[in-house]
Design a protein around this ligand. Structure first.
Ligand code: SF4
Ligand code: SF4
Length: 344
């Protein structure tokens, strides 16, 4: 057990020292109840209590748009150079649902062929979790998928104990940082206080959908032709917001763009969405998910069925962003509840 203590009034010094070593990003209030991860230089800028940010911190691991390659086709020997734009960054204040999202992405991008752009960027990130003591809002379904409790995926993990944070030190680089910062070791009274926080959470967080989550993959398998998909498909406007804000969605598009000299250019990748009509269009003009209902079904299957078949875990982390952002009021909890009712 490697736990240390940081007094609340020492947080500013901690962030400032960290900023001297690398870029520090954290959740910041953006008005109208919204929050976003952005660069900070002191603790006063950070929202220690926040609901899930507009975009999850995956944007630091996999930017919305990134250059992968620069090429030059002039001359007899065309050439290209790989580009990895990765700088040392501390991502502070990540809730457990978003840590779970990053764990999902790590699994996907570590598969062969490994995605070196993602992995090099990940290696340069110091991930600092922050425990949420209560529900963010009514859209969250983190207890259903068990992402409300910490289960690794971070370097350091902060839990608020009132006048101080107790910090779980989880990796070698975190240990070195804690030693350098001179943080005191936790004592038994701190561990008792931490257990109190966890006991409170166990009493507050309850499965948000009335189903044994272990049954969900089978319920999805039985519900492939459910009318639920037609219902949500009839309401969905295919904006793609739900997938863009999802911490575990990772689909992207690649494009080569020539410069005006028609000799040099760049290859970029940009986030894509399975909810957009052309996403599943292939050569010859065929589209194997032309209907919105098919695309909606696909989105849910990617979270609760296919990911379990392939990676043995749900790829929904229960953050609630898709419901919070949907302009058609499509609710993940309501969709799951309807599907469960049909198939149990
Ligand atoms: S956010 Fe809502 S309307 Fe937009 S694609 Fe997703 S489900 Fe459809
Ligand atoms: S599907 Fe919705 S609730 Fe689940 S992780 Fe993605 S955005 Fe969050």
């Amino acid at each position: 057990m490697n736990y240390h203590i940081l007094k609340k009034d020492e947080l500013d010094g901690f962030i400032k020292k960290l900023s001297g070593k690398m870029k520090v990003v954290a959740p910041v209030a953006r008005g109208a109840g919204n929050f976003a991860f952005q660069e900070v230089s002191g603790a006063s800028e950070i929202a220690l209590k926040y609901i899930p940010t507009i975009l999850p911190p995956k944007k630091y691991f996999m930017p919305q748009r990134e250059t992968m390659l620069e090429f030059d086709i002039s001359g007899a020997k065309p050439s290209d150079t790989a580009v990895v734009d990765a700088g040392e960054t501390a991502v502070f204040g990540v809730h457990t649902c978003d840590l779970a999202g990053i764990q999902c992405l790590n699994m996907v991008f570590s598969e062969r062929p490994r995605d070196y752009n993602y992995l090099r960027r990940k290696d340069k990130i110091l991930l600092i979790g922050l425990e949420c003591g209560d529900y963010c809002d009514e859209y969250a379904s983190c207890a259903l998928v068990n992402s409300h409790m910490p289960s690794g995926g971070y370097d350091l993990f902060f839990t608020d104990l009132g006048d101080r944070f107790i910090i779980h030190v989880h990796t070698q680089k975190a240990e070195e940082l804690v030693e350098e910062m001179g943080l005191a070791k936790a004592v038994p009274a701190d561990m008792t206080a931490l257990e109190k926080v966890r006991a409170h959470k166990r009493s507050v967080f309850k499965k948000e959908v009335n189903v044994d989550p272990r049954k969900l993959p089978a319920i999805f398998a039985a519900g492939a032709d459910s009318k639920v998909w037609k219902d949500v498909g009839a309401r969905c406007v295919s904006c793609g917001n739900c997938t863009n804000v999802c911490p575990s969605c990772y689909c992207f598009d690649m494009a080569d763009t020539m410069n005006l000299d028609l000799k040099t250019g760049v290859r970029t990748r940009t986030w894509d969405s399975c909810q957009l009509e052309p996403f599943a269009q292939v050569a010859g003009g065929e589209n194997f998910r032309k209907e919105r209902s098919e695309r909606q079904r696909h989105r849910y299957f990617r979270k609760f069925k296919y990911s379990v078949d392939k990676f043995y875990r749900f790829f929904c982390t229960g953050c609630g962003r898709c419901t919070r952002t949907c302009m058609a009021d499509i609710s993940l909890k309501e969709t799951l509840t309807s599907l469960v009712k049909e198939n149990v």
